[in-house]
Ligand binder design. Structure first.
Ligand code: PXG
Length: 463
């Protein structure tokens, strides 16, 4: 048992406030409130330091795909640490876990993907992608092709490069981002941006912005387009059906690379191994992280299609890599995770059982007076909170304030549900069963009812 697990909650909270700077957190506010301490977990359920049990509707941070408490992964890490805790993959060396995981990934990935460049996190992998696509075009004699087109409100990571790819303005405001030659077009969020257009029309027109941007910049300047098959951190924005076919047509018609950021969508989340398969697209590079190891150990990478790998392997050396590229312990854990996903047919479970069941239950939420649209694909889902569905209106006052209330009601009702502005999102472990989806929905409805009551009391909503 870990020593720190013996300390009382208040003491842990005080130590945390004194010494721990949290990501994406206003420190003073948290210190006042007291951080939530999670002590252990099993399956879908977290246990906090007060012994409360909470259903994790977010699979940690969109990553614990096989659920908590799989001792096989702990054993794989233990075995690997004893045999070879670390060695690098630079300087003409390799090790067994890096090789075997690369082979496993080639087996799982769509045809034409046979190479992986390892990283430690999704942010690092997307930084690799920026340098890789520019190196690729320079290697084929087109060094001017350096611009990467991304989307507003996309999330691609937190490092300087990956946050520049991302389209989050509050992130760009800190630290002088984006870096040079990264531009953003609109996201396919019909609810917020669709105006009077039908979703189908809006999807097609939003995709056409890519073509307009390529024409505006000049095709000879554009290296790649990057996008999440389904935007995750931006609020689980499931695009209209017309969107991805049009994007694929534009990528085929122009000489630009398509990077699918599969950090959330990969490894079963949408009911296929990759979100690109669900959306019917053919990327040139796929970013992977999170579900690759179900979050049990940090590991990520870029899956690179053959035509790029061929150029890069014969070009000038790619001056890029991380100490932990292909870390043996993380790679061994990832292999065990992939074995479980495969042997227990977890991706099929999402596609055939859990995904369709969540879809039917989640869609019912659209009837709730506080909910505008309810969308899901596989096991990622969102609802928009609104005071007026017909007008697709936003709440008066600060954006996201009602979302935060709903998130707090949800936590009180023993469900982790995330707020993105006034959208509520879930992304539970992929092992969730229909009867657990029923419990999840029950807690969402209760949280919505309580939030609605608060909104009515405070005049944020009519009726
Ligand atoms: N791409 C995507 C699509 C992501 O969702 C990253 C890249 C970066 O991965 P790393 O491993 O560097 O964090 C992510 C990460 C949220 C939230 O609040 C989402 C992420 C990270 C932190 C918070 O939803 N996604």
């Amino acid at each position: 048992m870990n020593q720190t697990n013996q300390l009382p909650t208040e003491e842990l909270q005080a130590l945390d406030a004194a010494h721990h700077m949290h990501p994406f957190t206003a420190g003073a506010e948290l210190a006042k409130k007291g951080v939530r301490v999670i002590k252990s977990a099993s399956g879908l359920t977290l246990t906090d330091s007060e012994g409360e049990q909470i259903m994790d509707g977010m699979a940690g941070l969109w990553c614990v795909n096989i659920g908590y408490g799989r001792t096989e992964l702990a054993e794989a890490a233990y075995r690997q640490m004893q045999e070879l805790p670390y060695y690098n993959t630079f300087f003409q060396s390799t090790h067994v876990p890096a090789v075997m995981l690369a082979r496993d990934l080639a087996d799982i990935a769509p045809a034409g993907f046979n190479q992986v460049f390892y990283a430690g996190s999704g942010s690092e992998a997307n930084d690799t992608n920026i340098r890789l696509v520019r190196h690729y075009w320079a290697s084929v004699g087109q060094p001017d092709k350096s611009v990467i087109i991304s989307r507003k409100n996309a999330y691609h990571g937190s490092s300087v490069g990956s946050a520049s790819l991302g389209g989050m303005t509050p992130m760009h405001k800190q630290g002088g981002l984006p870096i040079k030659d990264i531009v953003h077009i609109d996201q396919p969020d019909w609810w917020s941006l669709g105006g009077d257009q039908s979703p189908a029309e809006f999807g097609r027109l939003t995709a056409l912005q890519l073509e307009q941007k390529i024409e505006e910049l000049g095709e000879h300047r554009v290296a790649a387009f990057i996008a999440e098959p389904v935007q995750g951190a931006g609020g689980v924005i499931v695009p209209p059906e017309t969107y991805w076919p049009e994007i694929q047509r534009i990528c085929d018609a122009h000489e630009i690379l398509l990077i699918a950021d599969e950090v959330i969508c990969g490894f079963g989340r949408t009911g296929n191994w990759f979100g690109s398969e669900t959306m019917g697209i053919k990327p040139d590079i796929m970013t992977i992280a999170k579900g690759l190891s179900s979050g049990y150990a940090p590991i990520a990478g870029s899956l690179v299609s053959d035509h790029i790998a061929e150029v890069v392997s014969t070009a000038e050396e790619f001056n890029h890599g991380y100490t932990y590229s292909g870390h043996p312990v993380s790679a061994a854990v990832a292999r065990e995770n992939l074995r479980i996903l495969r042997e227990e047919k977890i991706v099929e479970h999402v596609r055939e059982k859990a995904g369709p069941y969540l879809h039917s239950r989640w869609s019912e939420l659209a009837e709730h007076p506080l909910v505008g649209e309810a969308k899901s694909t596989g096991l990622m889902a969102s609802i928009v909170l609104t005071p007026d569905k017909a007008r697709r209106a936003a709440f008066p006052g600060k954006e996201g304030a009602v979302g935060v209330r709903c998130r707090e009601r949800s936590y009180a009702n023993k469900l982790i549900m995330r707020a993105v502005g006034d959208r509520m999102v879930i992304s539970p472990p992929l092992i969730i069963q229909p009867e657990e989806i029923d419990i999840l929905i029950e807690r969402v409805v209760q949280s919505l009812d309580e939030t609605l009551a608060e909104c009515r009391k405070e005049g944020l909503i009519n009726g």
